[in-house]
Design a protein around this ligand. Sequence first.
Ligand code: ZN
Length: 522
Amino acid sequence: MLNPTRLPVLFQSQDDAELARREDQEWASLLRNTDWDRFEKHERHYYLALAHHNRIRVRSQVPEVGPEPKREAQERYLLDIVEKRRDPAMFVEIPQFDPDQALPAVSTMLSGPGKPPMDFYCMLAAVLGVIALGWPESPETVHKQLHSNPPFARLCGFRYSKKADREIDGLTAKHLPSLSMCGKFDEVMTASGLWTAMNLDKVRHNIETGVVPLGKMLAFDTAHADAHSSCDRIEVEVAPGKKERRNIPKLHKRCSCPASERETCPHPWEPTDRGAAVVVKGPTRIHWAHKASVAGFADPGNEIPLDVRITNYAATGDGDTLDPHLREMVDRFPEIVGVVEAVLADGAYRSQDNKRAVASLLPGATLHVPIPSHKTGQAVVDRYRGIEKFTPAGVPVCIEGHRFKMFGRDVIGQMYCWKAPDGEDGKPICGSCPMRSQCGKGQGRRRTLRTRRAEFPQIDWDHPQHLVRNRRFIQRRTSVERMIKRIKVDLHGEIVTRRDANRIQAHFDKRLLVLHLMLDDT
Ligand SMILES: [Zn+2]
C-alpha cells in the first residue's frame, strides 16, 4: 500500500509552460511575469534581518519584571488603553530601514560556513502565490501548497533534488521548505517591516509609471478584520467613582514556568493579540476585531487601494484616523499635493478638525462628507409658495412634483438659489405647467426659489452637495467600499490567521502588494 504521507516527487513537465501561459491562472502569470529583480535591495535586507533573528533567538530569554497577579496586569493594560486613547501614534509602528543603505552583496553575506538559508525569491513567490490563489497565507497553507501542488512549487523556483540545491549560485537552498521555515520567513519579513517596504516600493512604482494614474479624489474609510483570538471583560476605576468596563485581549506568559507558578513567577503578562478590540459596526454588528484605515484614489476606473494602516487600538473612532493617515499619505506619496482636489469620506469623518487637517495637508483640497438628513417642518414649507415639500436632503419639490435644481448661492443674503428643471424639450417645465396659476409665475417663465441657509442644516454651505460640481464627489465616495472589497473579498483579506496588530499590518500589506503586482502584469 502507498504511504499516504509520502511527499510527492516533483518533476519537470511540458505542461508547466502551458499552465503559465493560461490567461485564467492569475497566480501562474503573477509568478511568471513579476519582475522579481526589483526586490533586490529587499533581498539583502531580508538576509541581514534573518541573521539578526537567528542570533537573537539563540540568546533570547523572557525578561523578568517581577511577580504580578493576572488581575492587576489586566487592570494595568486597560488603564493603559484608556490613557492612550488619544495618542497621536495611532497606527502600528513599522520598523523603518534606509533603502539606500549600502549593504554587502548577497554573495558576501551568505558565503560563510553553515547551512544555506532558504532562497528569498522562492519563499516570496510561495507566499504571494498562495494569496493570489485565494488562500490565507498561513505557514501551514504555504507549506501544504508547496508540498501538494508540484506545478506551483516549480513556478516558485523550488527544486526537488537536494543535490541541485547549490548549483546555481551555491548560496541559497531551493528544496521544499519545512513548516517551520515557512513560519520563520513570514515572521522575519513582518518583524523587519519588509512587507510594508516592498508594498510601498511597488505602489510608488505603479504611480510613477502611470499604471495607477494620479487621481483628483482621495477616499478614506475603515475596514475591520475579525481577530483570531478571544477576550476578557475587565472593569477598572479610571477616576474616583468612575468605572470603565471594556473587553481586552486575554493575557498570557511566554515563559515555560509551570501553570501553578504563573501568578508568582517574575515574567511579564502579555496580551495574546495586541491591538484587537470591540469594533461596533451597527446595533447588532459587534466584532472582536482589528481596524484598518484604507485610502485610495476614487476617480472613475481607478478604484485601487493605495495604502492600508492598522490602528494600535481597534476601538479608535473612524473619524480620528483621517488626520494621521492623511499625514502619512502625503509623506509617502508627495505627488498628490496640488493634484488632489477632494478628500471623500463617510459621515463619521465629519468634524472641524478633519476639515482643517485636509486644508493644511493638501492645500486647495476640501473634505466632502455626507451630512445627516433633516426633516423640514410644515411651517417652513408653507413659507415657500407653490412648494409641496422639501426632501430630507433639502431639495424643494413643487406642487406639480418637480424637483428643483440648485444653481448657486447668495453669499451676502445667506441663501441657496434654486430653479425649476427643464422638460424633455429643453425648455423650462413651468411653461406648460397646469399648476402655474398657484405658483406665482407668469406665462412660460421659469420658477426660481431662494431658501434660507439657516433653515437647511443638511446642506453643506461651503460645498453644497446639490451643485453639479460637488455632486460627483459625493457619488464617488462609495468607491472606497469597492477598494476594501478587492482586499477583503477578492484576496480573502478577511480571514486573519495571525495575531497582533503588526502582523495584521503585514497581512494587508501582502495583499496590496499582490494587487499591485497583478496590475502591473496586465
Ligand atoms: Zn514564568
